[in-house]
Design a protein around this ligand. Structure first.
Ligand SMILES: NC(=O)c1ccc[n+]([C@@H]2O[C@H](COP(=O)([O-])OP(=O)(O)OC[C@H]3O[C@@H](n4cnc5c(N)ncnc54)[C@H](O)[C@@H]3O)[C@@H](O)[C@H]2O)c1
Length: 344
Protein backbone atom coordinates (compact mmCIF):
# COMPACT_ATOMS: atom_id res chain seq x y z
CA UNK A 1 0.00 0.00 0.00
CA UNK A 2 1.35 3.41 -1.01
CA UNK A 3 0.58 6.75 0.58
CA UNK A 4 0.86 9.60 -1.97
CA UNK A 5 0.98 13.21 -0.83
CA UNK A 6 0.08 15.85 -3.42
CA UNK A 7 -0.70 19.56 -3.50
CA UNK A 8 -3.99 19.03 -5.33
CA UNK A 9 -6.01 16.39 -7.14
CA UNK A 10 -4.34 16.93 -10.54
CA UNK A 11 -1.73 14.17 -10.16
CA UNK A 12 -4.31 11.43 -9.61
CA UNK A 13 -4.15 10.08 -13.17
CA UNK A 14 -0.48 9.09 -12.60
CA UNK A 15 -1.56 6.42 -10.12
CA UNK A 16 -4.34 4.85 -12.13
CA UNK A 17 -3.63 1.76 -14.21
CA UNK A 18 -3.94 2.15 -17.96
CA UNK A 19 -6.13 -0.16 -20.04
CA UNK A 20 -8.64 -0.95 -17.35
CA UNK A 21 -12.09 0.42 -16.68
CA UNK A 22 -11.98 2.98 -13.87
CA UNK A 23 -15.02 3.46 -11.66
CA UNK A 24 -15.19 6.29 -9.16
CA UNK A 25 -17.50 5.90 -6.20
CA UNK A 26 -17.78 9.49 -5.06
CA UNK A 27 -19.57 11.31 -2.24
CA UNK A 28 -22.04 13.56 -4.09
CA UNK A 29 -20.95 16.46 -1.86
CA UNK A 30 -17.43 16.48 -3.33
CA UNK A 31 -18.11 15.92 -7.06
CA UNK A 32 -17.56 19.64 -7.74
CA UNK A 33 -13.96 19.37 -6.47
CA UNK A 34 -13.16 16.31 -8.58
CA UNK A 35 -12.20 17.08 -12.19
CA UNK A 36 -13.13 14.05 -14.28
CA UNK A 37 -10.56 14.67 -17.04
CA UNK A 38 -10.30 11.06 -18.15
CA UNK A 39 -14.03 10.40 -18.32
CA UNK A 40 -14.08 7.77 -15.61
CA UNK A 41 -17.42 6.18 -14.81
CA UNK A 42 -18.65 8.23 -11.86
CA UNK A 43 -21.02 6.65 -9.33
CA UNK A 44 -22.13 9.45 -6.97
CA UNK A 45 -23.41 8.26 -3.62
CA UNK A 46 -25.29 9.80 -0.74
CA UNK A 47 -22.56 9.19 1.84
CA UNK A 48 -24.64 9.24 5.01
CA UNK A 49 -23.84 6.96 7.93
CA UNK A 50 -27.27 5.31 7.56
CA UNK A 51 -26.32 4.39 3.96
CA UNK A 52 -23.27 2.44 5.14
CA UNK A 53 -25.45 -0.63 4.78
CA UNK A 54 -25.81 -3.75 2.67
CA UNK A 55 -29.14 -2.47 1.30
CA UNK A 56 -27.56 0.76 0.01
CA UNK A 57 -24.58 -0.89 -1.61
CA UNK A 58 -26.76 -3.32 -3.61
CA UNK A 59 -27.48 -0.30 -5.83
CA UNK A 60 -23.74 0.30 -6.33
CA UNK A 61 -23.10 -3.36 -7.27
CA UNK A 62 -25.91 -2.96 -9.81
CA UNK A 63 -24.39 0.23 -11.22
CA UNK A 64 -21.01 -1.51 -11.62
CA UNK A 65 -22.67 -4.39 -13.47
CA UNK A 66 -24.63 -2.04 -15.71
CA UNK A 67 -21.39 -0.18 -16.59
CA UNK A 68 -19.86 -3.59 -17.43
CA UNK A 69 -17.15 -3.43 -14.72
CA UNK A 70 -15.08 -6.62 -15.07
CA UNK A 71 -12.50 -8.28 -12.80
CA UNK A 72 -9.70 -6.10 -14.22
CA UNK A 73 -11.41 -2.87 -13.34
CA UNK A 74 -10.03 -0.34 -10.85
CA UNK A 75 -12.31 1.31 -8.28
CA UNK A 76 -11.55 4.63 -6.58
CA UNK A 77 -13.41 5.81 -3.49
CA UNK A 78 -13.53 9.62 -3.19
CA UNK A 79 -15.03 11.01 -0.01
CA UNK A 80 -14.96 10.77 3.77
CA UNK A 81 -14.87 7.64 5.92
CA UNK A 82 -18.36 6.56 4.93
CA UNK A 83 -17.33 6.51 1.27
CA UNK A 84 -13.96 4.81 1.83
CA UNK A 85 -15.59 2.15 4.06
CA UNK A 86 -18.29 1.49 1.45
CA UNK A 87 -15.80 1.47 -1.45
CA UNK A 88 -13.30 -0.82 0.30
CA UNK A 89 -16.00 -3.33 1.16
CA UNK A 90 -17.53 -3.20 -2.28
CA UNK A 91 -14.22 -3.55 -4.13
CA UNK A 92 -13.22 -6.45 -1.85
CA UNK A 93 -16.40 -8.36 -2.61
CA UNK A 94 -17.37 -7.41 -6.19
CA UNK A 95 -16.39 -10.34 -8.44
CA UNK A 96 -14.49 -11.72 -5.40
CA UNK A 97 -12.33 -8.64 -5.23
CA UNK A 98 -10.99 -6.00 -7.62
CA UNK A 99 -8.18 -3.44 -7.34
CA UNK A 100 -8.95 -0.19 -5.56
CA UNK A 101 -7.55 3.08 -4.20
CA UNK A 102 -8.82 5.90 -2.00
CA UNK A 103 -8.93 9.68 -2.23
CA UNK A 104 -10.03 10.57 1.32
CA UNK A 105 -11.55 14.04 1.51
CA UNK A 106 -12.12 14.54 5.25
CA UNK A 107 -9.48 14.92 7.94
CA UNK A 108 -10.82 11.83 9.71
CA UNK A 109 -10.61 9.73 6.56
CA UNK A 110 -7.08 10.99 5.73
CA UNK A 111 -5.63 10.09 9.10
CA UNK A 112 -7.71 7.07 9.99
CA UNK A 113 -10.67 5.65 8.06
CA UNK A 114 -8.84 5.21 4.74
CA UNK A 115 -5.75 3.70 6.37
CA UNK A 116 -5.45 0.14 7.59
CA UNK A 117 -7.65 -1.88 5.25
CA UNK A 118 -10.69 -2.24 7.53
CA UNK A 119 -13.73 -1.86 5.32
CA UNK A 120 -17.18 -2.49 6.61
CA UNK A 121 -20.85 -1.65 6.71
CA UNK A 122 -23.27 -1.34 9.61
CA UNK A 123 -25.81 -4.05 10.23
CA UNK A 124 -28.90 -4.27 12.38
CA UNK A 125 -28.10 -1.01 14.17
CA UNK A 126 -24.49 -1.97 15.00
CA UNK A 127 -21.39 -0.36 13.55
CA UNK A 128 -19.10 -2.10 11.06
CA UNK A 129 -20.57 -5.54 11.75
CA UNK A 130 -20.03 -6.89 8.23
CA UNK A 131 -16.73 -6.25 6.56
CA UNK A 132 -13.30 -7.23 5.33
CA UNK A 133 -9.68 -6.42 6.03
CA UNK A 134 -8.17 -5.70 2.64
CA UNK A 135 -5.66 -2.98 1.75
CA UNK A 136 -6.18 -0.44 -1.04
CA UNK A 137 -3.32 -0.20 -3.55
CA UNK A 138 -2.82 3.44 -2.65
CA UNK A 139 -4.19 6.36 -0.72
CA UNK A 140 -3.97 9.75 -2.38
CA UNK A 141 -3.72 12.58 0.14
CA UNK A 142 -4.24 16.25 -0.58
CA UNK A 143 -5.12 18.91 1.96
CA UNK A 144 -6.84 20.87 -0.84
CA UNK A 145 -10.09 19.06 0.00
CA UNK A 146 -10.01 20.01 3.66
CA UNK A 147 -10.65 23.71 3.06
CA UNK A 148 -14.30 23.10 2.23
CA UNK A 149 -14.95 20.95 5.31
CA UNK A 150 -17.59 22.00 7.75
CA UNK A 151 -15.92 22.97 11.05
CA UNK A 152 -17.70 20.19 12.95
CA UNK A 153 -16.46 17.59 10.46
CA UNK A 154 -12.93 19.02 10.71
CA UNK A 155 -13.03 18.74 14.50
CA UNK A 156 -14.19 15.13 14.54
CA UNK A 157 -11.00 14.40 12.57
CA UNK A 158 -9.02 16.12 15.32
CA UNK A 159 -10.61 13.69 17.82
CA UNK A 160 -9.23 10.66 15.95
CA UNK A 161 -5.89 12.42 15.51
CA UNK A 162 -5.64 13.05 19.26
CA UNK A 163 -6.51 9.39 19.82
CA UNK A 164 -3.65 8.16 17.64
CA UNK A 165 -1.12 10.57 19.12
CA UNK A 166 -2.33 9.70 22.61
CA UNK A 167 -1.27 6.12 21.93
CA UNK A 168 2.14 6.93 20.48
CA UNK A 169 3.50 10.32 21.28
CA UNK A 170 2.76 13.03 23.84
CA UNK A 171 4.57 15.76 21.89
CA UNK A 172 2.46 15.26 18.75
CA UNK A 173 -0.65 15.07 20.95
CA UNK A 174 0.15 18.56 22.31
CA UNK A 175 0.86 19.89 18.79
CA UNK A 176 -2.50 18.59 17.50
CA UNK A 177 -4.21 20.16 20.48
CA UNK A 178 -2.49 23.50 19.78
CA UNK A 179 -3.63 23.33 16.15
CA UNK A 180 -7.22 22.63 17.21
CA UNK A 181 -7.26 25.61 19.59
CA UNK A 182 -5.85 28.03 17.02
CA UNK A 183 -8.46 26.86 14.55
CA UNK A 184 -11.16 27.68 17.07
CA UNK A 185 -10.00 31.19 17.89
CA UNK A 186 -9.49 32.45 14.38
CA UNK A 187 -10.66 30.22 11.60
CA UNK A 188 -9.06 31.95 8.55
CA UNK A 189 -5.75 32.77 10.22
CA UNK A 190 -5.92 29.43 11.95
CA UNK A 191 -5.70 27.56 8.67
CA UNK A 192 -2.15 26.36 9.29
CA UNK A 193 -1.89 24.19 6.22
CA UNK A 194 1.78 23.29 6.60
CA UNK A 195 1.42 22.16 10.21
CA UNK A 196 -1.81 20.34 9.43
CA UNK A 197 -0.18 18.46 6.53
CA UNK A 198 2.76 17.48 8.74
CA UNK A 199 0.46 16.13 11.45
CA UNK A 200 -1.70 14.28 8.90
CA UNK A 201 1.37 12.56 7.44
CA UNK A 202 2.75 11.70 10.89
CA UNK A 203 -0.56 10.34 12.13
CA UNK A 204 -1.00 8.20 8.99
CA UNK A 205 2.54 6.82 9.29
CA UNK A 206 1.97 5.88 12.95
CA UNK A 207 -1.22 4.03 12.10
CA UNK A 208 0.42 2.30 9.11
CA UNK A 209 3.31 1.08 11.29
CA UNK A 210 0.92 -0.48 13.77
CA UNK A 211 -1.17 -2.04 11.01
CA UNK A 212 1.96 -3.52 9.44
CA UNK A 213 2.73 -5.25 12.77
CA UNK A 214 -0.78 -6.61 13.26
CA UNK A 215 -2.87 -6.32 10.10
CA UNK A 216 -5.59 -8.73 11.24
CA UNK A 217 -6.24 -6.86 14.48
CA UNK A 218 -5.41 -9.68 16.85
CA UNK A 219 -3.01 -7.83 19.17
CA UNK A 220 -1.33 -4.43 19.24
CA UNK A 221 -3.52 -2.87 16.55
CA UNK A 222 -6.40 -3.01 18.99
CA UNK A 223 -4.87 -0.03 20.81
CA UNK A 224 -6.39 2.05 18.00
CA UNK A 225 -9.77 1.14 19.44
CA UNK A 226 -9.19 3.56 22.30
CA UNK A 227 -12.62 5.08 23.05
CA UNK A 228 -14.28 3.04 20.29
CA UNK A 229 -16.16 0.43 22.34
CA UNK A 230 -18.00 3.28 24.04
CA UNK A 231 -18.19 5.37 20.84
CA UNK A 232 -19.88 2.56 18.91
CA UNK A 233 -22.31 2.03 21.79
CA UNK A 234 -23.13 5.77 21.78
CA UNK A 235 -23.60 5.72 18.00
CA UNK A 236 -25.96 2.72 18.30
CA UNK A 237 -27.98 4.50 21.01
CA UNK A 238 -28.15 7.72 18.98
CA UNK A 239 -29.15 5.81 15.82
CA UNK A 240 -31.95 4.08 17.73
CA UNK A 241 -33.50 7.53 18.36
CA UNK A 242 -33.75 6.94 22.11
CA UNK A 243 -31.30 9.65 23.23
CA UNK A 244 -31.88 13.39 23.45
CA UNK A 245 -29.34 13.81 20.62
CA UNK A 246 -30.45 12.86 17.10
CA UNK A 247 -27.20 13.00 15.22
CA UNK A 248 -23.61 12.52 16.15
CA UNK A 249 -20.48 12.30 14.01
CA UNK A 250 -18.19 9.33 14.53
CA UNK A 251 -15.27 11.44 15.79
CA UNK A 252 -17.58 13.20 18.25
CA UNK A 253 -18.63 9.81 19.64
CA UNK A 254 -14.93 8.87 19.84
CA UNK A 255 -14.22 12.02 21.86
CA UNK A 256 -16.93 11.12 24.39
CA UNK A 257 -15.87 7.45 24.26
CA UNK A 258 -12.29 8.37 25.18
CA UNK A 259 -13.52 10.34 28.20
CA UNK A 260 -15.59 7.33 29.32
CA UNK A 261 -12.54 5.09 28.83
CA UNK A 262 -10.52 7.45 31.05
CA UNK A 263 -13.22 7.42 33.73
CA UNK A 264 -13.42 3.62 33.62
CA UNK A 265 -9.61 3.51 33.90
CA UNK A 266 -9.79 5.75 36.97
CA UNK A 267 -12.39 3.47 38.60
CA UNK A 268 -10.06 0.54 37.97
CA UNK A 269 -7.19 2.51 39.57
CA UNK A 270 -5.25 2.63 36.30
CA UNK A 271 -5.04 6.41 36.16
CA UNK A 272 -5.58 9.39 38.44
CA UNK A 273 -8.55 11.71 38.78
CA UNK A 274 -6.19 14.57 37.82
CA UNK A 275 -5.40 12.87 34.51
CA UNK A 276 -9.11 12.40 33.72
CA UNK A 277 -9.84 16.08 34.46
CA UNK A 278 -6.93 17.33 32.35
CA UNK A 279 -7.74 15.03 29.45
CA UNK A 280 -11.40 16.06 29.49
CA UNK A 281 -10.31 19.73 29.48
CA UNK A 282 -8.01 19.07 26.50
CA UNK A 283 -10.98 17.81 24.50
CA UNK A 284 -13.11 20.78 25.57
CA UNK A 285 -10.27 23.07 24.44
CA UNK A 286 -10.43 21.36 21.04
CA UNK A 287 -14.21 22.10 21.00
CA UNK A 288 -15.05 18.42 21.14
CA UNK A 289 -18.01 16.97 23.04
CA UNK A 290 -17.30 15.19 26.32
CA UNK A 291 -20.76 14.41 27.77
CA UNK A 292 -22.50 11.19 26.90
CA UNK A 293 -26.05 11.47 25.52
CA UNK A 294 -26.79 7.80 26.33
CA UNK A 295 -27.51 6.21 29.70
CA UNK A 296 -25.34 3.55 31.34
CA UNK A 297 -28.03 0.97 30.53
CA UNK A 298 -28.08 1.96 26.83
CA UNK A 299 -24.31 1.82 26.63
CA UNK A 300 -24.12 -1.56 28.29
CA UNK A 301 -26.81 -3.06 26.10
CA UNK A 302 -24.88 -2.03 22.94
CA UNK A 303 -21.52 -3.11 24.39
CA UNK A 304 -22.84 -6.65 24.80
CA UNK A 305 -23.04 -6.85 20.99
CA UNK A 306 -19.51 -5.47 20.50
CA UNK A 307 -17.06 -7.39 18.28
CA UNK A 308 -14.44 -7.28 21.07
CA UNK A 309 -16.68 -9.19 23.46
CA UNK A 310 -15.70 -12.77 24.13
CA UNK A 311 -18.08 -14.79 26.29
CA UNK A 312 -18.76 -12.97 29.56
CA UNK A 313 -15.85 -10.53 29.25
CA UNK A 314 -14.68 -7.79 26.93
CA UNK A 315 -11.27 -6.41 26.06
CA UNK A 316 -11.11 -2.65 26.65
CA UNK A 317 -8.44 -0.17 25.63
CA UNK A 318 -7.78 2.17 28.55
CA UNK A 319 -5.44 5.11 29.18
CA UNK A 320 -3.00 5.30 32.08
CA UNK A 321 -1.68 8.64 30.79
CA UNK A 322 -0.90 10.26 27.43
CA UNK A 323 1.48 7.84 25.67
CA UNK A 324 0.63 4.91 27.98
CA UNK A 325 -2.40 3.03 26.69
CA UNK A 326 -3.14 -0.55 27.65
CA UNK A 327 -5.54 -3.37 26.84
CA UNK A 328 -7.46 -4.90 29.71
CA UNK A 329 -9.95 -7.73 29.79
CA UNK A 330 -12.86 -7.02 32.09
CA UNK A 331 -15.90 -9.06 33.13
CA UNK A 332 -19.10 -7.67 31.60
CA UNK A 333 -20.71 -7.64 35.04
CA UNK A 334 -17.90 -5.49 36.42
CA UNK A 335 -18.14 -3.10 33.47
CA UNK A 336 -21.89 -2.79 34.01
CA UNK A 337 -21.26 -1.85 37.66
CA UNK A 338 -18.52 0.67 36.77
CA UNK A 339 -20.69 2.34 34.10
CA UNK A 340 -23.46 2.84 36.64
CA UNK A 341 -21.01 4.45 39.06
CA UNK A 342 -19.33 6.98 36.79
CA UNK A 343 -20.77 10.31 35.74
CA UNK A 344 -21.37 9.96 32.00
N1 LIG B 1 -12.33 1.80 8.38
C1 LIG B 1 -11.79 2.38 9.44
O1 LIG B 1 -10.72 1.99 9.92
C2 LIG B 1 -12.48 3.57 10.05
C3 LIG B 1 -11.82 4.35 11.02
C4 LIG B 1 -12.47 5.48 11.52
C5 LIG B 1 -13.74 5.82 11.07
N2 LIG B 1 -14.36 5.03 10.14
C6 LIG B 1 -15.70 5.37 9.64
O2 LIG B 1 -15.63 6.63 8.98
C7 LIG B 1 -16.93 7.22 9.01
C8 LIG B 1 -16.79 8.68 9.38
O3 LIG B 1 -16.02 9.30 8.40
P1 LIG B 1 -16.07 10.88 8.13
O4 LIG B 1 -16.04 11.58 9.41
O5 LIG B 1 -15.04 11.17 7.12
O6 LIG B 1 -17.56 11.10 7.65
P2 LIG B 1 -18.33 11.20 6.28
O7 LIG B 1 -17.80 10.36 5.22
O8 LIG B 1 -19.74 11.00 6.70
O9 LIG B 1 -18.14 12.75 5.92
C9 LIG B 1 -18.66 13.75 6.76
C10 LIG B 1 -19.40 14.82 5.96
O10 LIG B 1 -18.48 15.61 5.23
C11 LIG B 1 -18.84 15.69 3.86
N3 LIG B 1 -17.59 15.86 3.12
C12 LIG B 1 -16.67 14.91 2.82
N4 LIG B 1 -15.60 15.47 2.26
C13 LIG B 1 -15.86 16.80 2.17
C14 LIG B 1 -15.13 17.92 1.67
N5 LIG B 1 -13.88 17.79 1.21
N6 LIG B 1 -15.70 19.13 1.74
C15 LIG B 1 -16.94 19.29 2.26
N7 LIG B 1 -17.68 18.29 2.75
C16 LIG B 1 -17.13 17.05 2.71
C17 LIG B 1 -19.62 14.43 3.63
O11 LIG B 1 -20.50 14.55 2.51
C18 LIG B 1 -20.38 14.28 4.93
O12 LIG B 1 -21.52 15.09 4.92
C19 LIG B 1 -17.75 6.43 10.01
O13 LIG B 1 -18.65 5.61 9.32
C20 LIG B 1 -16.72 5.60 10.73
O14 LIG B 1 -17.24 4.37 11.23
C21 LIG B 1 -13.75 3.94 9.61
Amino acid sequence: MQLYNHKDINCLAKHIPQNSGVFVIIDKNVTEYFPNNRNFHLIPIDAKECNKSLEYIYGIYEALMEFGADRDCFIIGVGGGVTTDITGFLASTYKRGVRFGFVPTTLLAQIDAAIGGKNGVNFSGYKNMIGTINQPEWIYLTSAFLKSLDERVFREGIAEMLKTFMIFDKESYCQALALASVYKNNKPAGWQEKELKRLIALCGEMKMRLVAEDEKDRGKRRLLNLGHTFAHAIEAAVASGTTEVYSMLHGEAVSIGMVIAAKVAEKLSLCTEKFVKEFRNDLIMASLPVSCPASAAQLFSAIKADKKRSGESISLVLPKSIGRIIQKKIELKELQKVLKEIEL
